[in-house]
Design a protein around this ligand. Structure first.
Ligand SMILES: [Zn+2]
Length: 506
């Protein structure tokens, strides 16, 4: 970061909030129009966030919080009217509040749109999780948004954009010194959710085409993406016209430069634990110069009252709905001695402390069960629960769909088929978490004995899994002769809460 940009951030009242910031002490704020460096360049300020599932602060109120981000945005706008806030996807799902049923209908991201509208978000791209919603739900959320969307690489089966989302945008901005910039924005999302009417183009080819269409009409080009880091790196290496890539999906921050032009790739931490603040300086006849910094969002930043009120309104509404299910979201269950990793890239591929805790909870709920099977897709937090106090709300975040555990009798032949498919499903929600069943050197074992295909087993699982709803496991339903329901147990969230109390409660 140049001294001049540092000085500008100080003037904007921002550096004071960042623990890592070093530099001269901040002079008294001057009028906005002169807060920008007088360096002959037009300056665009971008505030970038990604992967946001919570409308309020996280980690017991210490980190994140969209009301604090709104305060940052206002400070940046005061320093430079050419400020825009961007969101790099994954915000409508998965979220606990989004699963609350209000007037018989799941909120499904309504709360997030309302709060982001209040923050003053300008432009978003879609993440893979936005396609967790049904098309009608997603269409309603987009219609409720007062901000815009951009997405270059997704169409319906006929090659048309979904919901009329443009493949590129050109933002015309004028900074505090009256200098104007035309900023082109293109967008891309990774292919994860597959649906018949959802077609993905390779991000590189899609962005190359959009850049060709706009490059003569803009001063700088930004890719707003929701891709894996290696895909973003490929864009930086293959598309030298890009001046900046701001992305998401990994849930942890990244700031690096790649490609011949050292194009910045910047991602913030999930749930606005950090935000990225970017300065794009455009001089006539020269390549734009981009500088960036990550900033921690902590309780040292005051909340914007209007956004805090909107976030509280939706939280109260959802909490009331959870209480109808016998849950008390604010109640502390236990103190975790370690973090629990519920990121999908982990728990859809392997067992860990968290998955063993869940399958152990199911076994404890049904003492006569021989095997526990849980579809990893029922765990939707896609985040890490830090060590320390864990609340019932955290469990709602972990198992947002709720539903009941069930005890079934399953033929040995069917159980073997299900166990095999569960492993084939590695990487997707149908990957099965299991207790008391594993692959030994001689084949599948239940407990310590080889699985006997000629007898039946008592299996504790979820009502969803035996309703035929899971990928590649649709044959698990009440018409399957190898499957018989023995009894229905409690809500899965209550089962997990009791296990946490048993293991870590005082
Ligand atoms: Zn994602």
């Amino acid at each position: 970061m140049t001294l001049q940009t540092m000085r500008w951030l100080l003037l904007a009242g921002l550096a004071a909030c960042a623990p890592a910031a070093r530099g001269p002490s901040a002079p008294a704020p001057r009028p906005a129009a002169t807060a920008l460096p007088d360096d002959g360049a037009a300056h665009v300020t971008l505030l970038h966030i990604n992967d946001v599932y919570e409308v309020t602060a996280v980690d017991g109120g210490k980190a994140g919080g969209l009301a604090r981000v709104a305060t940052l945005l206002k400070r940046l706008e005061a320093a430079n009217p050419a400020t825009r806030m961007l969101l790099g996807g994954d915000f409508l799902s998965p979220s606990a509040i989004g699963t609350a049923r209000v007037n018989g209908e799941r909120l499904a991201g309504r709360q997030m749109i309302a709060v982001l509208n209040a923050v003053g978000l300008d432009l978003a791209t879609l993440g893979n999780h936005e396609f967790d919603l049904s098309f009608p739900e997603l269409g309603r959320r987009i219609a409720e948004s007062t901000f815009g969307y951009v997405l270059s690489n997704v169409t319906d089966s006929l090659g048309r954009p979904h919901f009329g989302i443009p493949r590129h945008r050109i933002l015309r901005l004028t900074d505090g010194r009256g200098r104007s910039v035309r900023l082109g924005v293109v967008g891309a999302v990774l292919e994860q959710v597959r649906r018949p009417n959802l077609r993905y183009l390779p991000p590189l080819a899609a962005l190359r085409a959009e850049i060709a269409a706009i490059k003569d009409s803009v001063d700088a080009i930004v890719a707003l993406t929701h891709l894996m880091l290696r895909q973003d790196i490929e864009l930086a290496e293959e598309l030298p016209e890009l001046d900046l890539i701001v992305g998401g999906h990994e849930h942890e921050n990244w700031a690096l430069r790649r490609g011949a032009r050292l194009t910045p790739i910047v991602k913030a931490d999930a749930n606005v634990r950090t935000v990225a603040i970017i300065d794009v300086a455009v001089r006539p006849g020269a390549r734009p110069k981009v500088e960036y910094r990550l900033m921690a969002v902590t309780d040292s930043i005051p909340e914007d009252p209007a956004v805090a009120a909107e976030a509280k309104r939706w939280t109260d509404l959802a909490y009331e709905a959870f209480r109808q299910d016998g849950l008390e979201p604010a109640r502390v269950i236990a103190t975790l001695p370690m973090a629990l990793d519920a990121r999908e890239t982990i728990i859809r591929n392997q067992e860990n402390e968290l998955t063993r805790l869940l399958t152990g909870a199911w076994m404890a709920e049904a003492r006569d069960a021989e095997v526990a099977l849980i579809n990893s897709g029922s765990v939707r937090l896609d985040d890490v629960i830090p060590a320390g106090p864990i609340t019932e709300y955290d469990v709602i975040r972990l198992l947002p769909f709720g539903g009941k555990a069930v005890m079934v009798e399953m033929s040995g032949a069917l159980l073997r088929r299900v166990l095999e498919q569960g492993d084939i499903n590695r990487g997707i929600g149908g990957f099965l978490l299991k207790a008391s069943a594993d692959m030994g050197p001689m084949g599948w074992r239940v407990g310590s004995t080889p699985l006997d295909t000629l007898r039946s087993y008592r299996v504790v699982t979820t009502d969803f899994l035996v309703s035929g709803g899971e990928q590649n496991l649709g044959y698990l339903n009440d018409r399957n002769p190898g499957l018989r329901l023995i009894r229905t147990l409690r809500d899965v969230r209550l089962i997990a809460i009791d296990e946490l109390k048993r293991r870590f409660g005082r």
